[in-house]
Design a protein around this ligand. Sequence first.
Ligand code: TXA
Ligand code: MG
Length: 334
Amino acid sequence: MQEQVDVSDEQIEKAVALLRAGKLVAFPTETVYGLGADASNVSAIRKVFAAKQRPADHPLIVHLAETAGLKHWASVVPREAWLLAEAFWPGPLTMVLPRAAHVPGELTGGQSTIALRVPSHPVAHRLLLAFGGAIAAPSANRFGRLSPTSAAHVREELGDAVDYILDGGDCPVGIESTIVAFRNSSAVILRPGKITAEQIAETLQSEVVPPLASSPRVSGTLPSHYAPRTPLRVVEPEALESMLRREASQRPVAVLARRGRPSNTRAALWQVAPQTPEEYAHHLYSLLRRMDSAGCELIIAEAVPDLPEWVAIRDRLMRASAEDVEAPSIATGT
Ligand code: TXA
Ligand code: MG
């Protein structure tokens, strides 16, 4: 893997010129790579949906250089949103707020709210400052696939559908941002991420409430999202051996384990996962991509601990393992 690398001023200028011309530029953020377009240009926004093959009713996240931009894009900014911005921006947090009147419906999938975030990645920040406007960017993958955490992943996912890729190396966090909405004065987590419910509750000095079944649609919360092509099953540690005995005798199986390879296993591939939640998240999607292309018929992932700092990783493993669930019309944030 290639850790964080810098980009030149010329590369930033080229990216800015392309964005101004309505083209698509992929860029690194601290979470995953984004597929960027000028958030004020409706035809550029439409290109994002086409490139991703994403349904038009799945809204994009708008990336801002500074917290002050909130006032321009949201019609109402509650006190709680300012508090979270102060605590976690720039950083891996997205806030869903009522959208300002000028916001194109194409951006928000026709919803009355808009998702906003100020990323901390130095390349994303330089790009946003130089561009001088807001950049709409979903993760730079085809709809329903794993998010890219390197420039090579973006190329693999989008090929010629993206006009330019700013290569900033591997994304440090490795999983998508925490998405927070507000109900009355309470925060609701629509998608767990590195910033935990506990951190948000502590900052707001109030409990985080669970999402309603009718919460706004978050495509990252459809059960079949973030899936590798090879079927994936998550198994509790105590059931790993018996599942392997059953499965690995019939077909090639890859294992994403939290322990070393036992001498007697029949697994075709045994990948030891990183031990800490930070390292696990950082490597998760590239490990799944690698395991996905290893020619196995099944990936078995050993479940991670049921603890607050592992919630986002449990969530992504669970979604990657949901087999062919029909794309539901639901929009639970659960
Ligand atoms: O870390 C991230 O958030 C990355 C980087 C590139 O910033 N972006 C990302 O974008 O994950 P995307 O489009 O793959 O996921 C954004 C999620 C989608 O599930 C979308 O449905 C949800 O945010 N979203 C966007 N606008 C929303 C809104 N108004 N209400 C509820 N959910 C919204
Ligand atoms: Mg995505």
